[in-house]
Ligand binder design. Structure first.
Ligand SMILES: Cc1cc2nc3c(=O)[nH]c(=O)nc-3n(C[C@H](O)[C@H](O)[C@H](O)COP(=O)(O)OP(=O)(O)OC[C@H]3O[C@@H](n4cnc5c(N)ncnc54)[C@H](O)[C@@H]3O)c2cc1C
Length: 221
């Protein structure tokens, strides 16, 4: 496939001023939505509020495809009104003449309470239906993948009439994650990333015995 260049740009003081002037018009800061955004994908409003001392924020301009002249503006996700977006885009040095073809928008997650799940990730009372990832209210890649492997193995097991697999807390980080999720719901530390989990007993044992955690059954010596 032919390769196209990406470009770097910087959001500086003028863009910061425009966003500060319109902050309350953003969906999150204005109160239209209350959910947490996707993991590690803060909006430019968020970056400006949380890092007020930063003089500039990096932006990547990425081609949307070979057949289009549209560029994806990576690093400027936002829920501000379209006219404000166009104004702050033009405040980026190099983008003074830009034409916005599609505005950014906010997303808000909805989910099924994960406490309705068995430790196999099967929905209680609906045999053969397994939930993993975003649908359970978790917001990151690692949690989605961890749940997906367990739900997938068990769904296949049900279809093939084989025994279910449940990883225990003392066997695997996935076991800690799923046990917290199905027994405590989303207010537990699992609300954080799997990689940022609070340091509980099971996690400590697994971390300190790294060579053992790579055993096929996840067992700990
Ligand atoms: C912009 C953005 C940035 C993010 N950045 C990060 C990050 O840096 N780090 C991080 O940890 N997480 C990040 N996340 C969150 C992460 O992407 C999600 O938590 C994760 O992808 C959820 O995985 P999932 O498998 O549950 O759902 P998805 O990845 O959404 O997978 C669901 C799949 O089901 C398909 N589907 C839907 N309906 C049907 C249907 N009826 N029939 C067949 N298929 C269907 C969809 O097409 C999709 O492929 C980000 C999310 C967004 C939106």
């Amino acid at each position: 496939m032919p390769q196209l260049p990406c470009y770097l740009a910087w959001a500086g003081p003028e863009l910061k001023r425009i966003i500060q002037d319109h902050l309350m018009q953003s969906a999150l800061y204005g109160g239209a939505i209350s959910g947490k955004g996707p993991r590690y994908c803060p909006s430019i409003e968020d970056k400006i509020v949380k890092f007020p001392d930063a003089e500039r924020h990096q932006i990547f301009l990425e081609p949307e495809g070979l057949e289009t002249s549209e560029l994806y503006v990576n690093g400027l996700s936002t829920s501000l009104p379209p006219q404000v977006q166009e104004e702050f885009l033009r405040a980026v040095p190099g983008l003074e003449q830009v034409r916005m073809t599609r505005p950014g928008y906010a997303i808000e997650y909805d989910y099924f309470p994960p406490t309705q799940l068995e430790p196999t990730l099967e929905v209680r009372g609906i045999e053969g239906l397994y939930f993993a990832g975003q649908i359970n209210g978790t917001t990151g890649y690692e949690e989605a993948a961890a749940q997906g492997i367990v739900a997938g193995i068990n769904a296949a097991g049900t279809a093939l009439d084989q025994e279910s697999i449940v990883l225990r807390r003392d066997q695997a980080m996935i076991g800690v994650l799923i046990d917290d999720l199905v027994s405590r719901g989303l207010m537990s530390p699992t609300g954080c990333s799997l990689l940022e989990r609070s340091f509980d007993y099971s996690y400590a044992r697994i971390t300190l015995s790294g060579d053992c955690s790579s055993r096929p059954d996840g067992s700990v010596c």
